[in-house]
Design a protein around this ligand. Structure first.
Ligand code: ZN
Length: 349
């Protein structure tokens, strides 16, 4: 007689939803499944034994302790999120890798079908593609290229109104509303002309894609000022100890700001970034300009006012380099105009 084991607690897990074909649909792994399976065993006259407790050691022989601890505690932590949280622990971001910045490109994925490639290339649930997305994505990149060409040709200063934004896009992965890395595309073009280029990213989010793309390059300095990623997108990079790797060692600067920071902290960070850019001897500059550091931004955690963006413009102006401004984020619709206006005023001196 075959032995069978089942613990009734296994039916307590009752998932309600999952994402399929772009829709939230009813979960499929329903507790009723076990009832049906038990019925089948009963129908064959097979008795079901309750398994004895064995402790965690056999599990920890296979799984890491931190992962097991996460599973054990995630529900309780979920209860600390705002009241309108969903009914179960459910992620909306997917880390690209371990968070170790020196891990750069991945191999091409083995799946050839769309569903497998989706997970590989779309890193979270903020980068859907519709019928017109590619057109906009490509055009946004071309806008950045046009700006870079203008600066390469001697324009001195240019602004690329890129949308969709780009600075979260890695060499091979879209995420964070970004698909192609407009700032990086522009910086690479300017490096051909000027040799040494700096990217100054002042979007409220770490420019993780830009960092990754240039992490081991000695000719492009990436400096990013952003809200502390320990509890803010993009979470896995943007820390102060990420300084570049290999030939690019020393050519990456992260200046995370405490949440709630205002223009004082921003200006102090701008000063540090400017010193690094001068020390690097950059010959051209790309400014990845976001306005989500505004206190009115719906997904922001910093506290700049519209007028504070003038100080960013002034800092850029003082660098006195051929400069391309590339638009990144900023989601407070009503403050975009005054913020860009202030930035441009500061830039104009
Ligand atoms: Zn942003």
């Amino acid at each position: 007689m075959m032995r069978a084991f089942y613990h009734p607690d296994q039916a307590l897990h009752a998932p309600q939803q999952y994402m399929r074909f772009g829709r939230v649909v009813r979960a499929r792994d329903l507790p009723e499944r076990t009832e049906r399976l038990l019925q089948a065993l009963a129908g064959r006259g097979i008795p079901v034994e309750t398994p004895p407790p064995v402790g965690m050691d056999p599990i920890l022989a296979v799984h890491t302790a931190d992962y097991v601890e996460f599973l054990r505690t995630a529900w309780d932590q979920w209860q600390t999120l705002p009241e309108d949280r969903g009914p179960e622990v459910w992620p909306a971001t997917f880390p690209y890798w371990s968070g170790r910045p020196e891990r750069r490109a991945r191999p091409a994925p083995r799946p050839t079908g769309l569903l497998g490639r989706l997970g590989w290339y779309l890193g979270d649930m903020s980068v859907p593609l519709d019928a017109h997305s590619w057109t906009s994505i490509r055009q946004s990149a071309e806008t950045a290229v046009a700006g870079a060409e203008a600066v390469a040709d001697g324009a001195g200063l240019a602004y690329a109104l890129c949308r969709p934004s780009g600075h979260h896009a890695r060499a091979d992965r879209a995420s964070g509303f970004c698909y192609l890395n407009n700032s990086a595309i522009a910086a690479a073009r300017l490096a051909l002309r000027f040799g040494r280029v700096a990217v100054l990213d002042v979007d409220a989010h770490h420019g993780d894609g830009t960092q990754q793309i240039f992490y081991d390059r000695p000719d492009v300095l990436t400096a990013s000022i952003h809200a502390d990623p320990a509890d803010y997108y993009p979470f896995y990079t943007g820390y102060a100890d990420e300084a570049g790797a290999g030939a690019g060692a020393g050519a990456n600067l992260n200046l995370p700001l405490p949440h709630g920071s205002g223009t004082g902290a921003m200006q102090a960070a701008l000063q540090l970034a400017a010193e690094a850019i001068r020390k690097f001897d950059a010959r051209a500059l790309v400014v990845a300009l976001g306005f989500d550091a505004h206190r009115a931004d719906p997904i922001g955690v910093l506290a700049l006012d519209s007028g504070d963006f003038a100080a960013i413009g002034e800092a850029v102006s003082r660098l006195d380099l051929p400069t391309l401004i590339v638009q990144e984020g900023g989601y407070g619709i009503d403050v975009l105009d005054p913020s860009l206006t202030a930035f441009l005023q500061g830039l104009g001196g």
